[in-house]
Design a protein around this ligand. Sequence first.
Ligand SMILES: [Zn+2]
Ligand SMILES: [Zn+2]
Length: 751
Amino acid sequence: MHPLKRRFEPVLLDRYPTRGMTEELKQRGNFPDYVPMFAFPNDINIVSSDQRPRSTWHGFAMTTENGSKLHAICVIIWIPLNSQASDELEQRCEEWRKDNMTDEERELAASLGERLAQERAKLSQLLAQLPNVPSGSESREQLEDEISAVEEKIGLMNDLLRPVRHGAASKIEGLTDGDTGFWIPRAYGILGREANMTSFWKEWLKAIVVPMTEGGVQRIPPSSPRMGVWQPIERYVMNLCTEAFCPVSSKTQVELAIRELRLFARQEASNELPGSRNTDLYALFRALSVPNIIILFEYALTESRIIFLSSHTSMLYLATRALVDLLFPIQWAGVLIPVLPARLVQAIEAPCPYIVGIERRYEKVELPSDDFVLVDLDADMIESTVQPTPLPRHQRRKLLSLLQMAAPHHSRCGVPTGPPAYAIETYPWDTFLSESSATYSSKAPPTNLAKYVGLNSNAFGSTAVVPNSYNPPIFNAFLHARNEQSLSRGYSSSKSHERPGTSSTARASASPPSPRESSPTSGHFPPPPPTPSSRNDSGMALQASLREKRSGHFDAASRRSSSFGMTRRPSAPFLGHASNLSVTTLNTDNGGSTYAPSVYAQSTIAASTIVPQAAAQNVNSNEGTCWVEGHFFQTQPWDDKLICAICDDRAEEGMYKCSSCKLTVHNRCASQVCLVCDAAFHPDQIRAAFVRCFASLFYTYKKFLVPATGDKKKAGLYYTFNMESFMKSLPHEHAEYIAILSQTQGKSNIS
Ligand SMILES: [Zn+2]
Ligand SMILES: [Zn+2]
């Protein structure tokens, strides 16, 4: 076996409360075993890569000794393997090469590696000249052409090297980030009882992990006493675990600070749908088409054995959460394991209803012989050996039409199916974006659920939303915080910058502080760097990141934001995501995949692999308009006050503005828009559509609840349900369906 294919068992490095804190532990309950196994469901392997592998995240749920549920979110980052271990590993790889590769292959790999290093050095030289050449001049153009030529060459050589990369040394001078080219993963996570705090935890973790990526997250303003400075991680942990209490009811919210970020945690009210403020529905609805979601729903209602399959661990978690929430008021009574570790994968043979998620990269998965439903979240595919029991025709048609209006992103806005970028990586496009913008707003978003439940069904979709009430998504939480701050001077005390703990306050949401909507204001921006002459390029991703490097603006910012005094090698040539292709290839057997094959499988793929999708969204692309992730962009007339929401640079010719949410971006940044437009996806309406479906299935249900008598009353029941007469009251097809449902456990739980 190639040394890099070896898997290691993950271990717990540290935790809070620590083992010795008996008092704390008594209060919080014992720390469960097996946490590392759920954080790394497929164990750990060392990865050889020229660039730091991409950070990923996921959630999972565990059942403790006493049967209660624990929920967890973790963020995984990659850190360089220490040099001693690396030397040893490199030696073993060399031995493997001698035993397993022909001389020709090894020579080819070695010479390609050398030439690649040379080209890289050349590129870095050329890039260094850029700032000194005035933009627009002839020599500038020449220089840019030269750069493009070298880039092309590097891309070509990367392609050639890929199949034999494991034949070259793991580190290639000038090509490899980090000292050794070997990386190991580390997970930071939060474990707790509150299922509806998970999206808050995710944002919190994302924020505290930023300094550990050593500049890997871009466009974070430099740490400064005025804006806020990074604290040691221990400080943040204490703040979260001991200083800030968990919001106890929907009436309070708790504010935590991380540098200039303000994060708000809140509970749902008891009369709200479970998960309606926390559970992300978009990931499931992006991955699967609406008709497939209804089929999935039908399988779940009849308690099937449902296996989610994805290359992205977080997608398994997101889909499970969404599905279980949408089943309300029926409670999923079967087994529920959002992320099933590879070591426990035999559990899918259990002869009982379950919903489990397994990763595509698990080896030796044996599917049950029959009666199971395999849901491929990457390919929008559901396979099963059994037919689903369809909803009664009337309810099914209604649900379909409501969902199509509430979630028009696939059908009308050209969003392709597949996991969203935020399910694939922690920081898509190296940015700190957030799919749960409510976390960063002091004002809890209003819920329109009640309204939608009662609404005439023709009025679903955009027509049901107050005009101009859409907000652009948050593509950079730090910029969002800056804009919020400048709007609310005096709101946050300056103290909080030094001591994040003191600012954790509870505020009654009944009288929240005055709304601070995000609307970019000018005046606080750093002087814009000279932007190179606009080029009409197709390789947007590459160009965009190159531009950043050229301007020197963000590189400097990210360098300074590293709190541990580690700087990026300034001369390291940088090609954005594209150069991730040079990753060692061992698993070439994932044929047909659109992802760059790599040792570490798809979970750490480069964001650039999302680009072809994004570009393909240009449905109905007339002159000057295009669709990206549900945003309908229109080219704007020249306006120098516009600021790009993605890169924070000033306007250039041909800015795009979304006609619904007013998101404004550069033409060249449009491909990085990976959060859905409010106008293309209405989670509240989706929840309402399901509630209405259930209401319609059970609408006369209450009439048949009769006071309990005799034995049943003695057994503690107040009411019994007269199933027989309920069934008789229903239309034939409907009655048949209820008969099937009544066989399931979930149904008996609600009665
Ligand atoms: Zn929009
Ligand atoms: Zn931009």
